[in-house]
Design a protein around this ligand. Sequence first.
Ligand SMILES: Nc1nc2c(ncn2[C@@H]2O[C@H](COP(=O)(O)OP(=O)(O)OP(=O)(O)O)[C@@H](O)[C@H]2O)c(=O)[nH]1
Ligand SMILES: [Mg+2]
Length: 347
Amino acid sequence: MCPVKFRQRYIATLAACVKLSSDHHLHLHSTSILQHTTTPISPAFRGTSIMSKYGVMVMGPAGVGKSTFCTSLITHLQLNRRSAFYVNLDPAAEHFEHQPDLDIKDLISVEDVMEELQLGPNGGLVYCFEYLLANLDFISDALESLTEEYLIIFDMPGQIELYTHIPVLSGLVKFLTQSGALDVRLCAAYLIESTFVLDRAKYFAGTLSAMSAMMMLEVPHINVLTKMDLIKDQMRKKDFKRFLVPDTTLLEDDPAETIRKRMTVAVDVRSDDPGNKDALMSGATFQRLNAAIANLIESYSLVNYLKLDCTDEESVHAILSHIDDCIQYHEAQEPRDPPEEEFDDEP
Ligand SMILES: Nc1nc2c(ncn2[C@@H]2O[C@H](COP(=O)(O)OP(=O)(O)OP(=O)(O)O)[C@@H](O)[C@H]2O)c(=O)[nH]1
Ligand SMILES: [Mg+2]
């Protein structure tokens, strides 16, 4: 099915992308190495020159601060004379501090899908991603002319199903990283909120989703605890450090667990009553489930965390340096001269 409205939008966007591509050609570095592929490539790439591209895919549950991090990252890159190409892949996102260079809404929006196909918001989002996968030239047309100077930032939606249940994201990542095609050196940044550490069940559930995304996407990956400004006053630095590498001992002194237990005793509910959420979450079965999840995470030993406070320039810089390291960004960069104004005219 290809609703007419989406197709029309796409054609209009293509025209805009052609203009954008020609603008970006102006930034081509004079000594860029242009590689020509001999691998069979899709029609979307025929006749195009291939060069290294670098990107980060910003993912994580709803409201953890993905778009805020993208904004801070772009601002930081600009301040450091680096180029960013911002791709919004959230078909429901409306407000941006930096206007996206490519916006999935110009291909398809959740609102249109819900209206035309009578789907709910989650079904609509899944449809949008399936539609994107069927129209990948929407992405390749916009990215193919970008040089290695750019950091392509993909701002993803927050529906957790995308990272864990449905294979649409792995399809997209394969397309972006496919050698001989776009060949983007991609780093996945999976964000969860630092305040999750105050409730260990939440923290381990978030960690499990991060691990699931790591295993599904199979690209270099960093995990980030966001909104550090919110936790700073609630926990000592030394105590917080333990949460950077998840292990089972963190379950031992869970303040949320103590509160839940107190509440259960106070209201005198039967702990085996399946209809009572508080009772269930303070019951032995729930504790065993958390312990099993924590054990699983510890035994894989894949996840550890970096800290992020978007209000702190140094913190954003530290995350960027990890991203750069993952994708080996600096290895492809040419030496640059400082801007003219940094030199005094007078001797
Ligand atoms: N205190 C604090 N608030 C933050 C920070 N980052 C984001 N927020 C707030 O968290 C809310 C959600 O932020 P977004 O950046 O929209 O989160 P998101 O992950 O993009 O959300 P979805 O795209 O809807 O999944 C907003 O009200 C932000 O202002 C932070 O570092 N500190
Ligand atoms: Mg967002």
